[in-house]
Ligand binder design. Structure first.
Ligand code: ADP
Ligand code: ASP
Ligand code: MG
Length: 422
């Protein structure tokens, strides 16, 4: 364990931060500075930006229905390259660093392509810390019971980092990326987005799950469960980032508590509309039962209530990647009289407003609908939770919808890029 003044920190660097030797050298300098400040440091790295996409594409070209075990062997390799390169670079700077693959720690995981971490043995890491060394660990990968490589789903290096921080009982997990922190919305879409000084686990979890891909959703869930403080900050600029903390700590930030904390969007939904459903008990169960059995997540649902004796209509969304399978399952039901016709669409986007402040304010959904209506944006489906309102709109309105909602909920940074706002 580190002495009282030292901290134990897991630093994670994303794909843009690791893209090329020049940037890896810069990362190595940041790592060395953290260690020189008297802290114990372990590092988790992503593959170079674009590399995992490239490897996934190669798998698709090799076999339309590829084996998930072999997919993991291929796609995990990007992180193996960057961890070795960072360890070499650190060694070249005189730092006692070494790479440790998932199987060497080991990071035990089950399942392929979106594997879950079961357990991380902290013994090897403790040994490295005890000798004043720095372990460089490839993110995104673990090892199964059978000794095979497993990967943790896209964006999974965040989860590797948090899981390692938990296993090593670190004081903090720092996620270094290509933006300065968590913003009120994706700063690449809205230049007037504001960096948040702090955000609660709960809000970050909801934001990530509705499309704010700055953190993999699972990593936030894990941090929340173990109360691991997270920080999101820039690899390139030496500025304070965003702290992700529990409800109890957020008060310390003396933040002006707003109703809506952030806006996110997700283009990964597909719309399914079924018409001619019999108006009787069990109709909807007969539709969603087989989809659930096929492991297809249904998200937003709208059922049009028919007049007495008339047939009803059902609209819902599924992940784009599951649409073909959903259609195949539904076709079977159609043949059995479950409904009369089916239409599907993929040119849609889900736009969501998230904030714990919503709990005490009933007007958020109404304000959201009004703001979109004013811009002539039609809402196709709606879903809500205690701290979130989501609407589904045509994909062509993505930027406009995000921007007008950002403004309507008072999130715009008044000083930034005034000319670029709506
Ligand atoms: P890394 O490779 O470092 O893991 P990612 O691409 O996974 O980086 O995540 C960072 C990106 O997340 C940013 O470049 C930004 O476009 C996007 N993003 C989406 N929503 C937000 C948000 N609310 N705040 C900050 N970044 C966001
Ligand atoms: N390289 C993996 C991906 O692109 C994991 C990560 O970077 O978090 O999904
Ligand atoms: Mg990421």
């Amino acid at each position: 364990m580190p002495s009282a003044s030292e901290k134990r920190i897991v630093m994670k660097f994303g794909g843009t931060s690791m893209a090329g030797i020049e940037r890896i050298r810069h990362v190595a300098e940041r790592v060395r500075a953290e260690a020189n400040a008297g802290n114990q440091v372990a590092v988790v790295v992503s593959a170079m930006a674009g590399e995992t996409d490239r490897l996934v594409q190669l798998c698709k070209e090799a076999a339309a229905l590829y084996d998930p075990r072999e997919y993991d062997v291929v796609v995990a390799s990007g992180e193996q390259v960057t961890s070795g390169l960072l360890a070499m670079t650190l060694q070249g700077m005189g730092v006692n660093a070494r790479s440790y693959m998932g199987w060497q720690l080991p990071i035990r995981a089950s399942g392929h392509s979106a594997g879950l971490i079961d357990h991380i043995d902290a013994e090897v890491l403790e040994g490295v810390f005890a000798q004043g060394g720095i372990a460089v660990i490839p993110g995104f990968q673990g090892v199964t019971e059978a000794g095979d490589v497993a990967t943790l789903g896209r964006g999974g290096s965040d989860t590797s980092a948090v899981a390692l921080a938990v296993a090593a009982k670190a004081d903090r997990c720092d996620i270094y990326t290509d933006v300065e922190g968590v913003f009120t919305t994706d700063p690449r879409i809205v230049p007037r987005a504001r960096k948040l000084e702090a955000v609660t686990y709960e809000e970050m979890l909801e934001l990530a799950s509705v499309g704010a891909k700055v953190l993999q959703t699972r990593s936030v869930g894990l941090a929340m469960r173990y109360n691991m403080p997270l920080q999101v900050l820039s690899s390139f600029e030496d500025k304070p980032g965003t702290l992700i903390v529990g409800d109890d700590k957020i008060e310390e930030f003396n933040m002006e508590r707003v109703l809506v904390t952030g806006i996110a969007h997700d283009k990964n939904e597909a719309l399914v509309t079924l018409t001619g459903l019999p108006d009787k008990p069990g109709t909807v169960a007969a539709i969603f039962g087989p989809l659930a059995a096929a492991n297809i997540n249904v998200d937003m649902i709208i059922q049009a209530a028919p007049r007495e004796g008339e047939k009803s209509e059902l609209t819902f969304t599924v992940p784009k990647g599951s649409l073909a399978q959903a259609v195949a399952e539904l076709d079977k039901l159609k043949d059995n009289g479950g409904f009369e016709s089916m239409t599907t669409g993929t040119n849609v986007v889900k736009v969501s407003a998230v904030g714990v402040g919503m709990r005490s304010n009933a007007g958020i959904a109404a304000q959201m609908f009004h703001t979109l209506a004013e811009r002539g944006i039609n809402i196709r489906a709606i879903s809500t939770s205690e701290i979130k309102v989501s609407v589904l709109v045509a994909e062509e309105y993505t930027e406009l919808a995000v921007r007008v909602l950002h403004t309507a909920f008072g999130l715009d940074d008044k000083e930034a890029n005034a000319g670029a706002a709506a």
